[in-house]
Write a protein that binds this ligand. Structure first.
Ligand SMILES: [Zn+2]
Length: 179
């Protein structure tokens, strides 16, 4: 799936759920898509999992992680579910977002899926059209914005994402110059 396809999927999802501003209610979206969320006590290295048993799906997130991290995890697992990623008919555990299969192997295909899930998560939590509007309001954005640390901090707080995730997303979209 191309970057544009991922952005398109996100925009459809936001439309379907009538979401027009940040922060994105990612838990509510997942639940409305029929995927309940549970918090679990995982090892610290495990971010979350997409549970699939007997035709029932659910997202498990590591209860100990920061709220922003949990939101990213939910969005990542939601991508695996919505994109019907292959090889995920079993429970899928994300170990710092590197897939661990029961046989302990990783494969090219699953790596592509992990990248896709991360890209979907960033796009869903920080939709491009919302970022553009906010940059325009806050710094009179036209083209590439110069943001100082306090502006990054306040935007990250608004979107409920980490500052690192926000910087990465903005640079990826060409809205700020890469650090
Ligand atoms: Zn994953």
């Amino acid at each position: 799936m191309s970057k544009q396809d991922v952005e398109k999927k996100v925009s459809e999802l936001l439309d379907r759920h009538g979401i027009t501003s940040a922060p994105i209610p990612v838990e509510r979206i997942a639940q409305a898509e029929g995927i309940p969320i549970v918090e679990m006590h995982f090892k610290s290295e495990v971010s979350g999992a997409l549970i699939r048993s007997n035709g029932v799906s659910g997202i498990a997130v590591n209860a100990a992680q920061h709220q922003n991290r949990k939101r990213f995890t939910i969005a990542h697992e939601l991508a695996h579910f919505l994109f019907e990623h292959k090889g995920l008919d079993e429970d899928h555990i994300d170990w710092k977002f590197t897939v661990i299969r029961r046989d302990g192997k990783s494969s090219e295909a699953s790596d592509v899926q992990e990248i896709e899930a991360n890209s979907f998560a960033a796009s869903l939590l920080m939709p491009v059209q919302f970022l553009r509007a906010d940059l325009n309001d806050q710094v009179g954005f036209s083209g590439e914005a110069e943001l100082d640390d306090s502006q990054i901090k306040s935007l990250a707080r608004k979107y409920r994402v980490s500052e690192m995730a926000l910087r990465y997303r903005l640079a990826n979209l060409g809205l700020i110059s890469p650090a």
